[in-house]
Ligand binder design. Structure first.
Ligand SMILES: *Cc1c(COP(=O)(O)O)cnc(C)c1O
Length: 467
């Protein structure tokens, strides 16, 4: 059995879960149009749809809620929040937003002009959507290994500097408003970027006068993986590594629903006072006053405590070890997963698991349905459905990776839950030949289609039908 360090917390309050029968789940999934995104959470037993906003807050965070100052302007809670972001991430200007995509909207509107180009280490759905809505074209400049589920490269989140140079040479620095970096890279399976690569990327971009913005949603998890994997960092604290990751960048956009152990919230942080003033102006239009940005005072208090807890080594060690435990169990049972195991999720290589389901029939969406039917476990497709269509040509994008992502909420589930998930996925994989067909769209929304799409089995009434 892989290692499972004991959780550095005990349970003070519980939320009862409802168990369902296979018949219940078949009915629920049919009503949800074969899209687990559209299930009611009551019909799900272990919910690994996302680690976003699904965290369990600590007793200290719950107490902090009571200190929330709900003043419209200049709330004390804002200054507590601002100080926490400054201290742990090292940026001067802190602007609150309601969640990460609020920050993406503002930053994209400030910097992107139609016809420009944004390079980045693989796309994130909401980030790219905002870049494209503002008229930019995204260019993936991540290392090739990121697109290879089997590669053991320790830093699959790294930028390929050659690819970045090529984008700058092709379009010219003036047509590149910024470089969009992420730590860790979600779409590659929670893969980290090295401190050295962030520094090199920034040096290259800055030499051309191009700023670099970091998506810090999971930068603490990235810092933990740096400590484990990058030469020279083993003795540094996670808090020190977090500062080192942010130091060379020009700013960050944060979804506090991830690392910061909160249920909502986010921020933009910048070094340039002029850009910060421009961003504050847009926050007023789209989010709320620049001292709350769509959050309540109590949200900002809970995030401030969550930031400090997120870099505590007992916490982050147990958090990532739980993910690794699940991944190791699947790997040892022969289920094809993305290697190395990432910081927040385990990704099943659905194209490898279901070679008999054509890529155009969405194997990862099909596996998501199969594991839900088996035991009420919900994951999310991260493959062709999520990739969507090219905004110019309208052609379906077919990414190299066709993954089913199992994202683990922080401090929510126990080892027994992880074992149930492992047993479920192993059983579905063992019986994969019983899956007779994939899925096709019954309804396809225009933007971020994976959330609201409805599907139907390609033939028959179920993916298990052999007719
Ligand atoms: C969740 C997330 C976002 C968007 O943040 P929301 O809070 O969901 O709006 C952006 N980037 C990354 C890497 C994320 O994980």
């Amino acid at each position: 059995m892989p290692v499972y360090p004991p959780e550095p917390w005990r349970i003070k309050m519980v939320e009862p879960l409802r168990t369902t029968t296979r018949d219940d789940r078949e009915e629920a999934l049919r009503e949800a149009g074969w899209n687990p995104c559209l299930l009611r959470s009551e019909d799900v037993y272990v919910d690994l749809f996302t680690d976003s906003g699904t965290n369990a807050m600590s007793d200290r965070q719950w107490s902090a809620l009571m200190r929330g100052d709900e003043a419209y302007a200049g709330a004390r809670s804002f200054y507590v929040f601002e100080e926490a972001v400054r201290a742990f991430y090292g940026y001067e200007h802190v602007i609150p937003v309601h969640q990460g995509r609020g920050g993406e909207n503002i930053l994209s509107r400030c910097l992107i002009r139609p016809g420009t180009h944004v390079p980045g280490n693989m796309y994130f759905p909401s980030t790219r959507a905002h870049q494209e809505l503002n008229g930019a074209t995204f260019h993936d400049v991540i290392v090739d290994e990121a697109h290879d589920a089997e590669s053991e490269h320790p830093f699959k989140g790294d930028v390929d500097l050659g690819k970045l140079r090529a984008v700058i040479a092709e379009f010219g620095a003036d047509a590149i408003p910024y470089v969009s970096l992420a730590a860790t890279v979600n779409m590659a399976g929670g893969q980290p970027i090295s401190v050295a690569n962030v520094a090199e990327t920034c040096a290259l971009a800055h030499a051309h006068g191009i700023p670099v913005f970091l998506d810090t949603a999971r930068a603490v998890e990235n810092a933990w993986l740096v400590k484990q994997r990058e030469p020279g960092w083993a003795r540094a604290s996670v808090a020190e590594i977090l500062l080192a990751l942010c130091a060379p960048t020009d700013g960050a956009v944060m979804s506090a629903k991830k690392d910061s152990l909160a249920n909502i919230g986010g921020w933009i942080a910048l070094r340039d006072p002029v850009l910060a003033e421009q961003a504050r102006g847009l926050v007023l239009v789209y989010e709320g006053l620049h001292t709350y940005g769509g959050m309540t005072g109590r949200d900002m208090e809970a995030i401030a405590v969550g930031i400090a807890e997120s870099v505590e080594e007992d916490h982050i060690r147990a958090r990532v070890a739980q993910v690794e435990y699940l991944g190791e169990r699947l790997d040892r049972a022969g289920v094809p997963i993305t290697r190395p195991i990432g910081g927040h999720c385990v990704c099943i290589d659905a194209a490898a698991a279901l070679p008999h389901v054509p890529r155009t029939d969405f194997p990862a969406q099909t596996v998501a349905c199969a594991i839900y039917l088996e035991a009420g476990v919900r994951g999310v497709e991260r493959g062709a459905v999520t990739a969507g269509r090219d905004p110019v040509t309208g052609v379906n994008r077919l990414p190299k990776l066709e993954l089913l992502r199992l994202a683990i909420p922080r401090r929510v589930y126990t080892r027994a839950h992880m074992d149930l998930v492992a047993d479920t996925v192993i059983a579905v994989h063992r019986d994969r030949d019983r899956i007779a067909c994939g899925l096709t769209f019954a309804y396809e929304p225009r933007h971020l289609r994976f959330f609201q799409a409805r599907f139907k089995p390609v033939s028959g009434a179920s993916i298990f039908d052999t007719r």
